[in-house]
Design a binder for this molecule. Structure first.
Ligand code: NAD
Length: 288
């Protein structure tokens, strides 16, 4: 067996033209818009690229304008058919969120919503800064709820199936210490998904995607520091700390997560509503 390359483990992979799952679906064309939050980095960028690879019009929302420009460059470099429109938006600003949805409407029928943007703050509950708690809830729970509220009337008007995909996590199933805001937010995201399904009335669907650690800047940036802090190697951080509970030898890649969104949006998932696509290498359902 080939040993994994240590450098590869701390470098988020770049998505190539052949990486996204491309499905045959009548709704995957540039007249239909997929609004993706967090599109400047990591999983959100991967979802934006995968949606563009499937020919959808993509409206990528993020607070990071430079990152959005890099996503646009990547869509062009890969020659993906779907046009990509960047909309710099702070998801904590309701007016900016409303404007982003208006921009999405300008580019076609808003058909898919991918709520992916997120952030982390690590601190024990007794010293957890409430401003950070509020920020995490605002970005990861309130904004997805507001976006759904704004998009659902569009979904009900269209004569085709529409869908909301929410990025959850293993932390929406079980939790680790010192991440109270993140844990509450990810359980909230699953509650939002179920609530949308309860009110969907056959006009749209909602699903969530849950994973363990994924090779994005959010994770790979921490690996060298964690190795130094704990006095262990980069390989030990990946294998023992991040993959400790997982029955796997490598972290999941962003495009593998994005492909779950492609599937969830597609006609192959026509009966997926309210459920979570848990791809965690056995983390949640096995025990040591
Ligand atoms: P990332 O840091 O690479 O990307 C997150 C993006 O969200 C960034 O581009 C950031 O600018 C954006 N964002 C943050 N605050 C924002 C705001 N106020 N307004 C607009 N955009 C904002 O992280 P990632 O690893 O790609 O994570 C994406 C999602 O996936 C998050 O919801 C995260 O919780 C979830 N997730 C990640 C992992 C993982 O291991 N990376 C695992 C499970 C779930």
């Amino acid at each position: 067996m080939t040993e994994p390359d240590t450098d590869d483990r701390v470098t988020p992979p770049e998505i190539g033209p052949e990486d996204p799952l491309v499905l045959d679906d009548d709704r995957f064309h540039d007249g239909n818009v997929c609004l993706v939050t967090g599109a400047a980095s990591g999983i959100g960028r991967a979802v934006a690229l995968a949606a563009a690879a499937n020919g959808l019009g993509v409206v990528g929302v993020d607070v990071d304008a430079d990152g959005l420009a890099e996503t646009a460059d990547r869509v062009a470099d890969c020659s993906f058919p779907g046009p990509f429109h960047a909309v710099e938006t702070d998801l904590t600003d309701d007016d900016a969120v409303r404007a982003a949805v208006e921009t999405a409407r300008d580019h076609g029928e808003v058909t898919f919503l991918a709520n992916v943007a997120g952030l982390q703050h690590v601190a024990p509950v007794e010293s957890f800064p409430m401003d950070d708690y509020d920020l995490l809830q605002a970005v990861m729970v309130r904004a997805p709820t507001l976006l759904a509220k704004l998009c659902v009337p569009d979904f009900r008007e269209h004569d085709h199936d529409c869908a909301v995909g929410n990025m959850a996590s293993v932390h929406g199933h079980y939790v680790t210490a010192d991440k109270v805001a993140y844990n509450v937010a990810k359980f909230g995201v699953r509650g939002l998904t179920n609530s949308l399904a309860a009110e969907s009335d056959g006009d749209f669907r909602a699903f969530s995607v849950s994973t363990g650690y994924v090779k994005t800047p959010l994770v790979t940036d921490q690996i060298p520091d964690t190795a130094e802090q704990r006095g262990i190697s980069v390989d030990e951080v990946v294998e023992d700390v991040m993959l400790g509970q997982a029955r796997a030898s490598e972290l999941m890649e962003p495009v593998e997560v994005a492909n779950q969104f492609v599937y969830g949006f597609s006609e192959h998932a026509a009966h997926l509503n309210g459920a979570d696509l848990l791809h965690d290498d056995g983390m949640v359902n096995t025990y040591e």
